[in-house]
Design a protein around this ligand. Structure first.
Ligand code: SIN
Length: 428
């Protein structure tokens, strides 16, 4: 059995940023089930929202709540927006270079934002931030990054989380930890068509559900309007909402525009679904041609290249798109310090639910949520570690069956959202 002060499960932006914000005298182990880059934050293209200035605070809060159908936790939204700039400044201090326009940032726009307030690194924002956080973590003596290690179970006794069980290759082991942080991401891998990395199958949520840890809003699943159509069900390549933010339009197979492209995501997705059904087609089109070749290649180099590899030149061709599962607003219920209903268990990023997104997440609020609430988790962990009498926790090995975990989550989502039956991997 290994021992550490803090074990973090998941090496996406939430996991790494939590690790970096914990004080240097605390031993932190971060495990990831595949390599570090196998996470959804790595795939984030569009960017990260931030309040432009004090005049933008109220407007950003309103935009977030309007997109969320006013079902958001107002407390969480206030924190998200008010703490946005300080976390962006920290990222910049750590070495992230956002795209600039002269001396100011090049803010872009996405659906349901009333102004341009999204920072980006071309169309590889998540990958760039993740790269910077990875090298920062590697440079710190108190942080160990351990790849290809799977969490097979949480160790919970009397509602006290005592660590995790792990598997690496054929070797099973336990990690006892004063604090456990789940940063295991979303549920895309249990959907047939998703923009997520399909290796991420809601493991953290499933294991939490098994232990009776409180969950929230598991019925709130977001479908991104513009995933690239390919003739197979699988991980779909995302065409970032920022392409629409920069002026691309949606048209049906008669060449007609049918929706304001910058409405909230759920509205645009519904309109596309309707259009696809009404026209008995498999996709609609995104038209970015009028934005010009130089601009498109410079602003969206990844999208340009990925589409070209699939025979679509976005400077000349229409892009066939359809909605695909993208995000889950619900997850492990946490407070604004990221603490769950089990003692000493935190959840950050997509696996968690602060209620900040309401029914439908505002574009580019996911990376921001990861930063703001991971930072808060790290602060709270520091306080808690000082209070803990660590010797009293003794753990013993528990038995575990991995496939049961996934079924628990799929069945739970199905019980809330029977309408998603055909979208999920299920035998029912
Ligand atoms: C995108 O670039 O469209 C994704 C951004 C997000 O999910 O917020």
């Amino acid at each position: 059995m290994m021992h550490t002060d803090v074990v973090i499960v998941g090496g996406g932006i939430s996991g790494l940023y939590t690790a970096l914000n914990i004080q240097d005298n605390v031993k932190v182990l971060v495990i990831t089930k595949e390599e570090l880059s196998c996470c959804n934050s790595y795939l984030a293209q569009g960017g990260i929202s931030v309040a432009r200035d004090s005049n933008d605070i109220q407007r950003f809060i309103e935009d977030t709540c309007r997109a969320g159908g006013y079902n958001n936790s107002l407390e969480a939204v206030n924190i998200l927006v008010k703490e946005s700039r300080q976390n962006i400044n920290r990222l910049i201090q750590l070495g992230v270079k956002f795209d600039m326009d002269g001396n100011d940032f090049n803010y872009t726009k996405e659906g349901a934002h009333r102004i341009n307030r999204i920072l980006h690194c071309k169309d590889r924002t998540g990958e760039i931030i993740h790269g910077v956080l990875t090298s920062q973590c590697k440079s710190k003596k108190n942080i160990t990054l351990s790849e290809n290690v799977t969490m097979t179970d949480l160790i919970v006794k009397n509602n006290q989380c005592l660590g995790i069980q792990i598997k690496s290759g054929d070797v099973e082991d336990s990690v006892s930890a004063h604090i456990t942080v789940l940063a295991t991401g979303g549920v895309g891998g249990i959907f047939k068509s998703t923009t997520n990395n399909t290796a991420i199958k809601g493991e953290g949520m499933a294991i939490a559900l098994k232990h009776g840890i409180e969950m929230k809003d598991l019925d709130k699943i977001q479908f991104h309007p513009t995933a690239l159509y390919e003739n197979s069900e699988k991980q779909r390549f995302l065409i970032s909402e920022s392409v629409r933010g920069e002026g691309a339009i949606l048209i049906n197979n008669k060449g007609e525009r049918f929706i304001d492209e910058l409405k909230p995501r759920d509205v645009v997705t519904k309109a596309i679904d309707k259009e696809i059904k009404n026209n008995n087609s498999k996709y609609v089109y995104l038209d970015a041609r009028h934005l010009g070749k130089t601009f498109l290649i410079n602003r969206f180099p990844t999208i340009y290249k990925e589409c070209l590899n699939r025979g679509i030149d976005i400077t000349k061709d229409l892009i066939p798109i359809l909605p695909a599962q993208h995000y889950i607003m619900g997850g492990i219920k946490v407070d604004t310090k990221a603490t769950s209903s089990a003692n000493n268990l935190y959840a950050v990023g997509e696996v968690s639910c602060t209620g900040v997104h309401g029914n439908n997440r505002l574009a580019s609020n996911s990376l921001l949520e990861s930063l703001v609430f991971s930072h808060r988790a790290a602060i709270d962990i520091g306080i808690k570690l000082r209070k803990l009498n660590c010797d009293k926790y003794k753990i013993k090995k528990l038995s575990f069956n991995q496939s049961d975990n996934k079924d628990i989550l799929i069945n739970k989502i199905l019980s809330l959202r029977g309408d998603l039956k055909d979208e999920l991997y299920t035998n029912r």
